[in-house]
Design a protein. Structure first.
Length: 339
């Protein structure tokens, strides 16, 4: 399935999109058009070209209050009214300059996110670097979409130092997804102006299929070429062949289920286990659709790795030889994600 054929990120498969009124629809289309014009980069230096400023509701109320004060001062010829009006207006102008300067000159750098499973949060870290001697206060970052705009991470950046902020989004589909656009803003010091920027990172996050919650037992092992033996994988996901426990056997080789039933400490017989190979085959996942099969195979990969078994992976057009370990698990999950 190509990326263009998959549902949009953050939308459940088969779920109906909420109906939008014309204003919301125009706003979304304008946002998409505007964001498409932004460059893709993992490091962004904020300047007057990419930092925007508008008054907040409190700022508009302050402006209306200043107009009323000015009209009253003119009408009643109040010298103290003039003083108060222009003092507040000057404070607002200085606050606007300080607010814009809080973001201007800041450097944002995105650390590459780690792979995650579909449906779980994909956290990534952003490093904010301040080259000035003065501390920058009240800087917030968030994912720029309707789902995550209320989840802000706030920090202060010390002078000539850096600060790290962690934000996250929740991809619902497997595959390779680009990190969604981010926004940074501040309203320091008076809250009368909102200064913000929009950032499109170039980094991508790999999303593994969500493992099936209650998968069936591991499939039976296949005989190795030139070998035969009675050993096979049972419905419990363990090999039949066991032997008495020997000093030095790793704990993951102990068959705890048999220990609980017989009170005898036994381990798996690796010599018998080596006669067969465990293959996780896409074609043997049952009468399921492609995504459900991949979810089952992801659960099998985690189960086989937990049991310490050697396992291989068969996908349409791809075969990974039996192995184990963290690197092999990552290769298998990556193959499932990109299938």
């Amino acid at each position: 399935m190509s990326a263009a054929e998959r549902p949009a990120l953050g939308v459940e498969p088969g779920a109906r999109r909420p109906m939008l009124n014309p204003v919301q629809l125009i706003r979304r289309q304008f946002r998409q058009w505007w964001q498409a014009r932004l460059p893709l980069t993992d490091t962004l230096v904020l300047s007057q070209r990419n930092v925007y400023i508008l008054p907040t509701r409190a700022g508009l109320m302050l402006a209306a209050t200043l107009v009323v004060l000015l009209v009253a001062s003119i009408n009643y010829q109040l010298n103290l009214g003039y003083l108060l009006t222009f003092l507040l207006a000057g404070s607002a102008v200085v606050g606007m300059h300080v607010c814009h300067g809080t973001l201007r000159g800041l450097t944002l750098a995105l650390n590459a996110p780690e792979p995650v499973f579909a449906g779980s949060n994909a956290p990534f870290r952003i490093v904010l670097t301040n080259d000035r001697k003065a501390t920058r206060y009240g800087i917030g970052l968030a994912v720029l979409d309707e789902t995550h705009e209320d989840h802000w991470a706030w920090t202060d950046v010390p002078g000539q130092a850096s600060a790290t902020v962690s934000v996250a989004f929740q991809p619902l589909r497997r595959g390779l997804h680009r990190v969604p656009p981010l926004t940074a803003e501040t309203r320091f010091p008076l809250g009368t102006f909102r200064v913000w920027t929009v950032w499109r990172p170039a980094a991508q996050v790999l999303v593994y299929p969500a493992p099936e919650k209650m998968p069936p037992p591991l499939p039976e092992g296949e005989p190795r070429s030139g070998t035969s033996g009675p050993s096979r994988v049972q419905s419990s996901g363990e090999f039949d062949g066991v032997r008495a426990y020997r000093r030095g056997d790793p704990m993951k080789m102990v068959v705890w289920k048999k220990v609980g039933k017989t009170d005898e400490l036994v381990s798996r017989d690796t010599q018998q286990a080596q006669r067969r190979e465990l293959w996780l085959d896409f074609a043997r996942c049952g009468p399921l659709d492609a995504d459900a099969r991949l979810a089952r195979m992801a659960a099998w990969v985690l189960q086989a790795e937990k049991l310490g078994l050697d396992y291989g992976l068969r996908l349409p057009g791809l075969e990974l030889r039996p192995d184990n370990g963290e690197a092999h698990k990552r290769r298998c999950l990556e193959a499932l994600a990109l299938c």
